[in-house]
Unconditional design. Structure first.
Lengths: 106, 664
């Protein structure tokens, strides 16, 4: 009941966004499964989206929401290509980790 | 009609390409006829262009530039393939294509039956094309292209019978020696570009007057180095006598009439720059020319090989042209170049006819009395001999006289050297003619001498040139081995001889010096050479006196030769000093230097080039590669390490902005 009474200010949304972003970043750095790393990237993108939406409401500027649409579109395109690559890799080399895929070293 | 200029070099090029593709199929003698036809067509085109140029009037009407296309566009600088037609280049074209056509015709007979018949004409056509590019090019670089082209063809043709070691190395010698001169020319082009911002002749003529003396001197000296290499002057003449290893028509066309005069042409073309340079440059040119003329003439006196006499004679006559250029007598230089082209081509072709008739024999000690057996060759050869000896009214008299007159104006000492050379020229040419065409036949004295000497002296003949002490016995030895039947050459060979003999006889009329009205060549060339031409103020008395002295010198030379050689029999002791036969040991000295003390210097230069010059370039490359190797470690291939890098970078950026207090 106390929760319901407390007004949810912008800080909450921003806090949640930061939390999600951190989870995504740490996940990207510590996990080796390409699929999971990929999901972490998505998480980070959406954390940023949340920030955009928050500020758009707070500052009463629709521009932030427009950017979110762009991010969504780009993320969708990226998912198509990225997932295609990852599925392709995993089909050829089941159980491969990101560290196994280091052919492009200098 | 001047629009037809492009046809002049295009025809030999077409001939070259056709022969390259179908030469073998055409074979002997069709390939030769095709080559002759293209060069003859080129001559016809030249005549048409000449008439067109002659007919044009007005101030700059005698200069016409035809640009075909842009060759090297590079920013503000570009080089066109274009032809500059002016009195000088068209004069050169006329005698180059004219003599080339005659020599091509002659070659059909001379090269008949040779395995490389069509290959020979491929090179010959390529040579004529390159020579015409050299002469017609409207900028220094295009001339340089032709310059290198004729050099390459000269190399191909000297080493034409390349299966013989000596021929191949003679070709190499010519090539390498020429490179020294080419270096000078190349640097001169760069210097001209830096000084004037253009290498087109018309720009050079316009801008030469504004050149600083030092710059003009440097350019002129470098051009002289180039000309010395190409025109076989001291100290770079050594390649020309050896170049006689090629077929005789090659010697006539390339190493007498046309290519070797390219150096003189270049200096004449660039006369505004030489005029702007310090006076010592032209003095040097004159001294080099005079020294070469005298030096080569003394060597020619003692040679036994008929072609070597003519080769040294060519070097000597080129020295005359240099003397003329150095004395500011550009017209006289070109005049002598034209008459020399006529009579020296004639003499070479005549010697080729003799060699042909004698079955390959080149040693004058084994000739003699050929006058009766080869009447046309002998008659035409004698015309050439009188022309080169400077007997009036043959063409050589007029041009040589002109050169000597200017030399007298420059310095009496130069004139004296020129006069002695003229005497020697008359002498050695007389010797050649008497030994070859007069006296008793020495090729069929087989069996008249005791046979015991034969083997011993044959060994001496084998090392050519060293056999000077055993003339008589050597002759019998060889004659005993093979029967020689001298005979007159076919008409394809005698017709060019007759035409060239006519030109040698009458060539002087283009510039008769005793009446200003008759100096046709001088008035024709005047616009091209006005910047550098020295103007004489000699009285006609001096002119006449010098002409008389020169004529007397010629006659004395001929007289001496007739005393010494006309009644010569095979048994006489040789009259030539050994040191002259060996060419003052200059060649050996060069070889000894290049193999001994010079070698260390060359090795040091090579070391410097390899370690310092190449080292600098390679060092920079190694440094970059090393740095790259260090940076390569960053590219590990692990996605997560890249991600860490990105994250760390983002944190650092945020930290920087926060710490600097910038509002995010």
């Amino acid at each position: 009941m106390i929760l319901a009474a407390t007004p949810i200010s912008a800080s909450w949304y921003l806090g949640l966004s930061a939390l999600l972003f951190t989870v995504g970043a740490v996940g990207l750095l510590v996990r080796r499964n390409p699929l999971v790393m990929f999901m972490c990237v998505e998480l980070m993108l959406n954390a940023v989206n949340l920030t955009f939406v928050t500020f758009a409401r707070e500052l009463d500027d629709v521009g932030g929401q427009v950017v979110v649409f762009f991010v969504l579109v780009v993320a969708a395109a990226e998912v198509v290509i990225g997932l295609g690559i990852i599925v392709g890799i995993l089909r050829r080399r089941p159980g491969a980790t990101a560290d196994d895929l280091s052919l492009l070293k200098g | 009609m001047v629009e037809l200029t492009w046809v002049i070099p295009a025809l030999p090029l077409l001939g070259f390409l056709l022969l390259l593709a179908f030469g073998r199929r055409l074979g002997d003698p069709l390939a030769g006829w095709l080559a002759t036809a293209t060069v003859g067509g080129s001559f016809a085109a030249t005549v048409v262009v000449f008439l067109g140029l002659r007919g044009a009037d007005g101030g700059d009407a005698h200069r016409y530039t035809q640009t075909l296309f842009t060759w090297l566009p590079a920013g503000g600088f570009s080089v066109d393939v274009g032809f500059l037609v002016d009195p000088l280049s068209i004069t050169m074209c006329l005698f180059v294509t004219g003599t080339a056509a005659l020599i091509h015709l002659y070659s059909i007979g001379y090269m008949h039956g040779d395995e490389g018949f069509s290959r020979f004409f491929v090179y010959m056509n390529l040579f004529v094309f390159s020579m015409l590019v050299l002469v017609l090019g409207d900028n220094l670089l295009l001339t340089f292209l032709g310059w290198e082209g004729v050099g390459a063809c000269s190399y191909f043709l000297i080493a034409f019978w390349h299966t013989k070691e000596a021929n191949a190395s003679a070709g190499k010698k010519a090539f390498v020696t020429n490179r020294i001169g080419d270096w000078g020319y190349l640097v001169a082009i760069l210097l001209t570009f830096f000084a004037l911002g253009s290498i087109t002749y018309t720009d050079i003529f316009a801008g030469a007057g504004g050149l600083a003396t030092t710059t003009a001197t440097a350019i002129a000296v470098l051009l002289v180095i180039g000309a010395i290499g190409k025109s076989a002057q001291l100290p770079l003449y050594v390649w020309l006598p050896d170049a006689m290893a090629g077929p005789t028509p090659v010697s006539a066309l390339i190493h007498a009439a046309t290519m070797v005069t390219a150096g003189v042409y270049l200096l004449t073309r660039m006369n505004p720059v030489i005029a702007q340079a310090s006076p010592w440059v032209s003095t040097t040119i004159a001294v080099v020319g005079a020294a070469t003329a005298l030096f080569a003439a003394t060597v020619a006196v003692a040679q036994h090989d008929i072609k070597r006499v003519l080769a040294y004679s060519t070097v000597s006559q080129l020295g005359y042209m240099f003397l003329a250029v150095g004395s500011g007598a550009y017209v006289a230089a070109i005049f002598h170049m034209v008459t020399h082209a006529f009579f020296k081509a004639l003499l070479f072709l005549g010697s080729g006819s003799v060699i042909h008739g004698m079955g390959g024999e080149q040693d004058m000690r084994r000739m003699g009395g050929l006058r009766a057996l080869m009447p046309v060759t002998a008659a035409t050869f004698i015309v050439g001999w009188l022309a080169i000896a400077g007997v009036p009214p043959f063409s050589g008299f007029w041009s040589k006289d002109e050169v000597l007159l200017f030399a007298w104006e420059k310095h009496p000492l130069l004139w004296a050297v020129g006069l002695v050379t003229a005497l020697l020229t008359a002498f050695y040419m007389g010797r050649l003619v008497f030994l070859t065409f007069f006296g008793e036949p020495r090729w069929r004295r087989a069996g008249t001498h005791p046979g015991g000497e034969a083997e011993q002296s044959a060994a001496e003949v084998a090392d050519d040139g060293g056999g000077a002490t055993s003339t008589a016995t050597a002759v019998t030895a060889v004659a005993a081995e093979q029967e020689v039947h001298p005979h007159e050459s076919p008409w394809t060979m005698t017709v060019p001889l007759v035409v060239l003999a006519g030109l040698s006889l009458l060539g002087g009329v283009i510039n008769l010096s005793f009446l200003s009205r008759l100096q046709v060549l001088e008035h024709w060339l005047e616009p091209v050479v006005e910047a550098g031409e020295h103007h004489l103020d000699s009285s006609s008395g001096v002119k006449l006196g010098l002409a008389v002295v020169a004529t007397v010198a010629s006659l004395v030379g001929i007289g001496l030769a007739s005393v010494l050689y006309l009644r010569r029999s095979a048994a006489d002791r040789p009259a030539e000093p050994d040191i002259l036969l060996e060419g003052w040991h200059y060649d050996q000295a060069v070889s000894a230097f290049a193999g001994g003390p010079g070698r260390r210097f060359f090795d040091a230069t090579t070391w410097f080039d390899r370690h310092i010059v190449d080292g600098a370039v390679n060092g920079v490359a190694a440094l970059i590669r090393g740095l790259g190797g260090v940076a390569r470690g960053l590219q590990s291939g692990y996605v997560r390490s890249y991600a860490l890098g990105v994250a760390a970078g983002a944190v650092v950026l945020v930290a920087v902005f926060v710490l600097r207090g910038v509002a995010l």
